[in-house]
Design a protein around this ligand. Sequence first.
Ligand code: UD1
Length: 420
Amino acid sequence: MDKLLIHGGASLKGEIWASGSKNASLPILASVLLCDGTVTISNLPELQDVITFKELLVALGVKVIAHEEATLEVDPRCVNSLTAPYELVRKMRASILVLGPMLTRYGQANVSFPGGCAIGSRPVDLHLGGLEAMGAKIEISDGYIRATCADRLAGTRIVLSSVSVGATENLMMAAALAYGTTILENAAREPEILDLANCLNRWGAKISGAGTRKVIIEGVDRMHGGCFEVMSDRIEVGTYLAAAVATSGKMKISRTDPKILEGVLKKLGETGAEIKFGNDWIELDAENRRPRSVNVQTAPYPGFPTDMQAQLTAVNAVAEGIGIVEETIFENRLMQVQELNRMGAKIAISGNSAVVTGVKRLKGARVMASDLRASASLVIAALVAEGETLVEEIYHIDRGYERIEEKLCLLGAKIRRSNQ
Ligand code: UD1
């Protein structure tokens, strides 16, 4: 198993670029199944989750015409299986996103039930309830969700009882080819939802209101496919900026959009870092400054993202003062705390909050990554810590961070991958 060896102490300085967004890529890959023409997706990040999604599409019969660098060209007209098997779904919960597209296009879909995961139970009731409201019949048997619909799904008004990114995406895709209009209320407003809607519209759908609480989807008879460039990854950008704050560094990140990082930039600014930005770049200067602690509460977009919570916990671990980090989206997402404490952090857990008393120094240790963002927080801690840290189980990191060693090396970090 690969590990990352990090020798801490260097302030991160330099310029890097943002990769394509993981969380936008996955639903866009799922929406390939809606089209009856070829599709070309560019700016796809080179990540394990993208590879797994591609494997899932291939297992369904989608033909890969070319996959070079960040661009994938596929032909979805040869789909010959409507089953997303356990072996692939268990690797990546986001596989549930093929449910809506397969059902609406082919009238049937069998998707292995995604189980819980490290950060909580993560049910899919909102996905299933929405599809049922559109006329789907759903049965759960042998660990599979078996969904069918007689003719076409029928557009309707769906009010989501709580905000869910995945359910919003699945239902938007299902409604794209449904008969009539679907109104999705209390929809998630994450930028990745807007990117998906832009992509679907480019490929022939008729969706308005994405990025607001009310999304209106007028069903169309067919989607022709075409090209689409995936947006850049705001969580990746936030993670590197958090690393710059923790290591008292200075960093410029290009190919990004500061507007969709507002909540994160506000918090990083509160640590004392100076932040400047233009249309597609962000510059953060925290040189010669120990960060001040910040209080953080996660919330659906435009609030502070749960996917940045662990990284801010790591920043608080070395900041001046006491910072409280409250997780409100997932019930078990403070897994990084135990490992950070093994590196000398002083963090207590109280309910769904981490009470972080900043220390001047962390010490390198052997630590274990438990999920994607928890792993990122361990890397940040390792970059600040005295001595060497060995981060194990880094396949989690490879699910979400493209070329992490390369980018960190460019910024002056002492990091290398080992499979010993
Ligand atoms: C997506 C992101 C993930 C991010 C999360 C919240 C992708 C691939 N993943 O995950 O990185 O952390 O949004 O921003 O885009 N819930 C239900 N029933 C459902 C669906 C969700 O109760 O049917 C609950 C979940 O358990 C969770 C909350 O709603 O507590 C939010 O989950 P959701 O927004 O659906 O997260 P994902 O789409 O799985």
